[in-house]
Write a protein that binds this ligand. Structure first.
Ligand SMILES: Cc1ncc(COP(=O)(O)O)c(C=O)c1O
Length: 327
């Protein structure tokens, strides 16, 4: 088995806290609710990408690259954390972002700028983004490492495989057995890592990944992306799961609004966790996923008297770009 631990460049503070949500648990009294705080990974305000970037940045350095390219939305948490990781590792960071340059930078975009990323705005943006035109413009002395959108290739996925070992140890230490794990799923790497890690470390609970992006007819549908990453991971980690598409869990009940569109659902979730626990969610990912979890608790869509974990994957800086909708 590939030793995942030695293939990292340390960027974050781990383990992230695992603790109960006492006041939310009191409200939904049929359930005990825990939260895993990957909003506290520490890298330029944290988030799930820190775990992936520890593996990606190591690979960039090991392959003698001195420039990193990645892409995302203007409020991409992934781009902001990549910019921070590159600053730490001394790599030049280029981020390709969707749309025209705004007059005023806010939230993650502002932070990516402060973290030294060279930001390229493009209206010609899609999931199969072409980095080559940017790479070919580099000086000869520069060698580029490309991180896909969301850091979701097999290298990044290893970050969440390792996260499951961390979770297992914490659950054992705290004598907690969880029945359900809720988290947002978008580019697939977090989910694939969680699924592989569950297998590798013999964890047994039901996954409820909340699909963030609206469903499309595109071929590279999220479940297929997750399955491909899981299959790649199985080979790398010597696992034998024989998963097929129907084994990839994905809850599609909360993705009716387009990606990044703030609705009353996300606002309800953000308000509830802020007011009851002093914990801030983000408007795009964790707000949507936490709402999904609250809906399942409120309407008893999962079995009563169970223990539930919400994995907080970060995203706080994006709140500042949604000030109008939130106040
Ligand atoms: C805060 C936050 N949560 C969740 C996700 C989704 O993770 P993944 O893309 O690995 O599915 C992202 C992705 O950008 C994110 O920024």
């Amino acid at each position: 088995m590939k030793n995942t631990r030695t293939n990292k460049y340390n960027l974050g503070f781990f383990p992230t806290p695992l603790h109960t949500l006492k006041n939310v648990s009191n409200k939904y009294s049929d359930y005990t609710i825990y939260i895993k705080r990957d909003d506290q990974t520490g890298l330029a305000s944290g988030g799930n990408k820190t775990r992936k970037l520890e593996y990606l940045i190591k690979e960039a350095i090991d392959t003698n690259c001195n420039v990193v390219f990645t892409a995302g939305a203007q409020q991409s948490n992934h781009c902001r954390q990549t910019a921070a990781a590159c600053a730490v590792a001394g790599l030049e960071c280029h981020i390709i972002v969707k749309g025209n340059e705004p007059k005023q930078y806010q939230g993650n975009l502002l932070l990516s700028h402060l973290l030294g990323a060279k930001i390229h705005f493009t209206s010609n943006y899609n999931k199969e983004i072409d980095f080559n035109c940017h790479i070919s413009a580099l000086e000869k002395s520069k060698k580029a490492y490309v991180i896909p959108i969301g850091g979701s290739n097999i290298t990044g996925t290893l970050g969440y495989v390792e996260a499951m070992k961390e979770l297992k140890l914490q659950l054992e230490e705290q004598h907690v057995k969880i029945d359900y794990l809720f988290f947002p799923s978008s580019s697939g790497g977090t989910q694939a890592g969680i699924m592989l890690g569950m297998q590798l470390y013999n964890l047994d609970f039901e996954l409820i990944p909340i699909k963030i992006d609206k469903d499309t007819n595109e071929k590279s549908e999220l479940a297929e992306v997750v399955l491909d990453l899981v299959k790649e991971g199985e080979a790398l980690l010597n696992l034998d799961t024989n998963y097929t598409l129907s084994d990839i869990p994905l809850n599609r009940n909360y993705n009716e609004a387009e990606y990044g569109v703030l609705t009353k659902n996300e606002i309800t979730a953000i308000n509830e966790l802020a007011l009851k626990e002093g914990v801030l969610l983000d408007p795009v990912y964790t707000g949507r996923a936490f709402f999904g979890m609250l809906d399942c608790l409120k309407n008893k869509k999962i079995k009563e008297n169970s223990t539930v974990l919400f994995w907080h994957t970060g995203g706080l800086p994006a709140l500042f770009d949604y000030a109008n909708g939130l106040k």
